[in-house]
Design a protein. Structure first.
Length: 223
């Protein structure tokens, strides 16, 4: 994965108010830390950061050039997003060194088509791996071409790039192929659902009918 150079400015305002003002200025509040260095609070250009993440994914490697003259190689450690605005609220950046091994979660992409009348259950869409910080894979491809129902792909079955090691449980299931339900099975499930709904409605109606009788009992006792 290629590095992306991005400029940054030291951040002097903190708290919710400071973060809001930073975002209104078109920047993202961030903190840069690691390797025993004192955390640096910085602001990144929002558009440039978003474009880099779209191209390289959450494991994009950055060269952070701070306006105070310092520079650091870093990986996103945690990204906080605003789900409504689809924007970035805050970024944690971990300082790394060239040649250093880091553990990251890499997306798993399923390719090909399984056998007819099957369903694909993607149990894990990422795998934890260990790799050189400057040579992180963008994704891991797994072929499901022609797989029959009952087939499974385990983490240990995924082919990793040279220099990359599996950190996840080798026996964890990445994808499973199951038989697609027949028309008869779907109809039976639908019938069971409708029967359950009718039974629930009947129970509610019965409870409603019993309520007035319970209310009348004290009046009869008084008479």
């Amino acid at each position: 994965m290629s590095e992306v150079k991005i400029s940054a400015e030291p951040r002097t305002e903190f708290g919710k108010g400071g973060a809001r003002r930073t975002r209104r200025a078109g920047k993202v509040p961030a903190v840069l830390y690691g390797h025993g260095e004192k955390p640096k609070h910085i602001a990144l250009p929002a558009r440039e950061f978003a474009a880099a993440i779209r191209r390289g994914g959450a494991n994009q490697l950055f060269t952070i050039e701070i306006s105070d003259g310092t520079q650091a190689l870093a990986l996103p450690k945690a990204i906080q997003r605003d789900p409504i605005k689809d924007s970035f609220d805050h970024i944690d950046l971990l300082i790394v060194r060239r040649g250093e091994k880091v553990t990251v979660d890499v997306p798993v992409l399923l390719t090909g088509e399984a056998a007819k009348n099957t369903l694909i259950v993607h149990e894990h869409d990422t795998l934890s791996v260990v790799a050189d910080a400057t040579r992180l894979p963008e994704s891991l491809e797994v072929s499901i071409e022609g797989l029959e129902a009952g087939s499974q792909i385990l983490a240990k079955d995924v082919k990793l790039p040279s220099g990359t090691e599996l950190a996840a449980d080798p026996e964890s299931i990445v994808a499973a192929i199951t038989a697609a339900p027949t028309v008869e099975q779907l109809a039976a499930e639908l019938g069971e659902t409708e029967e359950a709904e009718e039974a629930a409605e009947g129970a509610e109606a019965a409870e409603g009918a019993e309520a007035p009788a319970a209310e009348e009992a004290p009046a009869q006792a008084e008479a």
